[in-house]
Design a protein around this ligand. Structure first.
Ligand SMILES: [Zn+2]
Length: 155
């Protein structure tokens, strides 16, 4: 997903819905912009924002209710809302004990409580493996540093 939406193609790729609202005060009809159709006519590189010296696609659009030309464009609610950073923030990972290479991702979860429970379950399910709970680049928990009852370090 592009971090900033600059062009019609950016809006299409990110699933950003655009809403057209008729410029006529007496009308103000609103409808969702058919992005693939607009891109077909003006191209995906067309700027989302009006630019000096350039005709904007919203000036060409015609209101289906009153047939007058020109609309306001508003951002609608994204069809597929996504968090700004990644998808699921917490991961339970199975790493090679020797060289720390990632062997597999055991679980990916959204909530920290579920992440801790998944980590604890994974430590029991993969004895002898190095299991870690990560949030992005941060290692929150590591099975090498679990202190077992009796004072022995876990492995
Ligand atoms: Zn209208």
């Amino acid at each position: 997903m592009p971090r900033t939406l600059k062009t019609l193609e950016d809006a299409r790729v990110s699933g950003q819905e655009l809403v057209a609202i008729c410029l006529q005060l007496q009308c103000r009809h609103r409808w969702p912009v058919d992005l693939p159709k607009v891109i077909h006519y003006v191209g995906g590189a067309h700027s989302l924002w009006p630019m000096r010296g350039q005709r904007h696609f919203s000036e060409r659009m015609r209101c289906p209710a009153c047939n007058s030309k020109g609309v306001h464009i508003w951002m609608g609610v994204p069809k597929t809302p996504q968090p700004l950073i990644g998808g699921l923030p917490y991961a339970v990972e199975n790493r090679d004990v020797g060289n720390e290479v990632l062997v597999s991702v055991i679980a990916q979860v959204r909530h920290i409580s579920v992440a801790h429970a998944a980590f604890e379950a994974a430590v029991l399910a993969y004895p002898g493996r190095r299991v870690s709970l990560t949030e992005g680049a941060f290692v929150l928990r590591d099975s090498r540093f679990i202190v077992l009852p009796g004072g022995k370090a876990g492995a």
